[in-house]
Ligand binder design. Structure first.
Ligand code: GLC
Length: 557
């Protein structure tokens, strides 16, 4: 067996397909499997190694498909199981691997198990698969504890029992339509193993694991306010080591046993299947624990995604990442955007002073999109040159910015309603992407079909794929050139790097063997190219032997 058959994930470039916004073949306004299939050649010409498809299972879409009602079937609006199986084969024929998204923390409230739990009543075995509790207080009308939902408001909802009386409460760390499973229950373990095998048997190469750090809850479900760190300001709570080991529902040590079980299933396949964890754990040493040899393969590097455009901070994140990953023998990953965060062109278009988040509400209001694009080009070449694997979120190869002015009535993210219309949520990065410059759908769907599920702004055509094909200065051609070179260059992908000494403030450079160097200029002044370095590729034109501000360049040395 060749190494690449087993080890492809150590250096892969993985493209995230947010399926309902990728390409709509049947004209219902929602992307679908046939649309994805029709664009496989785009992905091949882009030069990616794999795709990760966001949940495509039957779902009432209370949270965009992360409320799954059947893990071993396909949402009818996306297609059929047959179409899914053919898509996997068609991707494989083109040398593109396929990862799916598995959602183990919660199901949809329409899942048969939850419906059975509601019908069966308090104390029944059916309720044991979820986290049902009696309420506190004489009438049971107080919530069982003080936990909050990630989408605002309490993490508990009270049910009405079959006889019409107010009943027990159930836990949902996300929306009320997403009841949390009880991972202390053997049925839950067995059912997810069956789901893994179901898709592995159909050729799927691996899974992205949704909120991988939340599955296990502390016995007794203690209040968070009782924890010593709970009175600290929120920012201090996320300092490495402060609260990570004793949070009652995030990143508990017991969660690792689940992934050891999953790894044994994945390793029984030839070639072995792989996992990537979505775990928002603000401490690289805690992330590394998920990547021990008998657990998961990789994890998203959200510290890199959240890092401001600052040379010092980027260097620190890169160092911390590599040190912690090396300790467990896992490759690092790098990511700039996904379906949960504001698109990075728009984040980088703002002042980077005091940046502390990935939502635009955390950043300055003033945006300079041409600066954002320039930095995004530089960030892409930095990411492609770092050791390990990387993720590209659909549309970033077109330089798409966030859609910041979606009309209120169009918003669909549950956070909008649950926050009492104070948090606009994540829809701005989920708008169906533009393939051509012609309205009404900019090539997302057929001309006479339904309008896309989120409205596209009039300016979307400026970022369309069609206008960038063959245009050397375009974002699309930069991505293609960068990924082609990354593939051809033996120094790139998995491996080591070394910092180059004596770079001016605000710039940094690193070398990789054999004979490769990457220089990133985050400062406002041009940086001279070191002697003997010959240009391979740059995110913007070099001037008089210097790398200008907000530019990354690759060299042969
Ligand atoms: C993950 C997903 C996000 C979803 C949440 C709940 O963070 O990426 O989109 O809302 O989990 O499943």
């Amino acid at each position: 067996m060749s190494d690449d058959r087993r080890d492809w994930w150590r250096h892969a470039v993985i493209y995230q397909v947010y399926i309902r916004s990728f390409a709509d073949a049947d004209g219902d306004g929602l992307g679908d499997i046939a649309g994805l299939r029709s664009k496989l050649d785009h992905l091949v010409s882009l030069g990616v190694d794999a795709i990760w498809i966001n949940p495509w299972y039957p779902s009432p879409f209370a949270d965009a498909g992360y409320d799954v009602s059947d893990y071993r079937a396909i949402e009818p609006r996306f297609g059929t199981l047959e179409a899914a199986t053919e898509l996997i084969a068609a991707a494989h024929d083109r040398g593109v691997r396929v990862l799916l998204d598995i959602v183990p923390n919660h199901t949809s409230d329409q899942h048969v198990w939850f419906q059975q739990a509601l019908a069966a009543g308090p104390g029944s075995p059916e309720r044991e698969r979820y986290v049902f509790r009696d309420g506190l207080g004489p009438n049971g009308d107080e919530r069982p504890n003080d936990w909050q939902s990630a989408f605002h408001g309490p993490a508990w909802t009270r049910v009405v029992e079959a006889d019409g009386t107010p009943g027990q409460w159930y836990l949902h760390l996300f929306a009320p339509e997403q009841p949390d499973l009880n991972w202390h229950h053997p049925d839950v373990h067995a059912d997810f193993l069956e789901t893994l095998r179901f898709w592995f048997d159909r050729g799927v190469d691996g899974f992205r694991i949704d909120v991988a750090h939340s599955l296990v809850k502390e016995e007794g479900l203690p209040d968070i306010a009782a924890r010593s760190w709970a009175t600290l300001p929120f920012r201090l709570q996320s300092i490495p080591g402060v609260h990570q080991t004793d949070h009652p529902h995030w990143d508990r040590d017991e969660v690792h046993e689940i992934y050891r079980e999953w790894r044994r299933v994945a390793d029984a396949y030839d070639p072995p299947r792989i996992f990537v964890a979505e775990a928002w754990v603000p401490d690289p040493s805690r992330i590394a624990r998920y990547l021990r040899a008998d657990e998961l393969h990789t994890a998203f590097n959200f510290d890199f995604l959240r890092c401001p455009w600052s040379a010092d901070q980027l260097r620190t994140v890169i160092d911390d990442t590599l040190i912690e990953h090396r300790a467990v023998g896992a490759p690092a990953t790098w990511v700039l955007s996904n379906h949960d965060v504001a698109r990075h062109v728009s984040r980088l278009a703002r002042s980077q002073e005091g940046v502390r988040g990935h939502h635009l509400r955390d950043l300055a209001a003033d945006a300079d999109l041409s600066l954002g694009l320039r930095r995004a080009r530089a960030a892409a070449l930095l990411m492609f040159a770092l050791p390990g694997s990387c993720y590209v979120y659909q549309g970033e190869e077109f330089g798409l910015p966030e859609v910041e002015d979606l009309p209120d009535e169009a918003l669909q993210d549950p956070t909008w309603e649950r926050s009492g219309h104070t948090d606009r949520g994540r829809d701005g990065c989920r708008v169906p992407i533009p393939w051509s410059d012609s309205p009404p759908t900019f090539g997302f769907g057929p001309d006479h079909g339904n309008a896309p599920w989120l409205p596209q702004p009039a300016w979307f055509g400026e970022f369309a794929a069609s206008g960038q094909e063959g245009v050397a200065s375009s974002m699309l051609e930069l991505y293609r050139a960068g990924l082609a070179m990354r593939r051809a260059e033996p120094a790139l992908g998995d491996g080591e790097m070394a910092w180059s000494p004596s770079m001016p403030d605000g710039a940094f450079a690193f070398t990789r063997e054999p004979g490769f160097a990457c220089l990133v200029n985050v400062s406002a002044s041009p940086v001279p190219v070191p002697d003997g370095w010959e240009l391979l590729l740059a995110s913007g034109p070099l001037t008089d032997g210097t790398v200008p501000a907000d530019t990354t360049a690759w060299f042969r040395r």
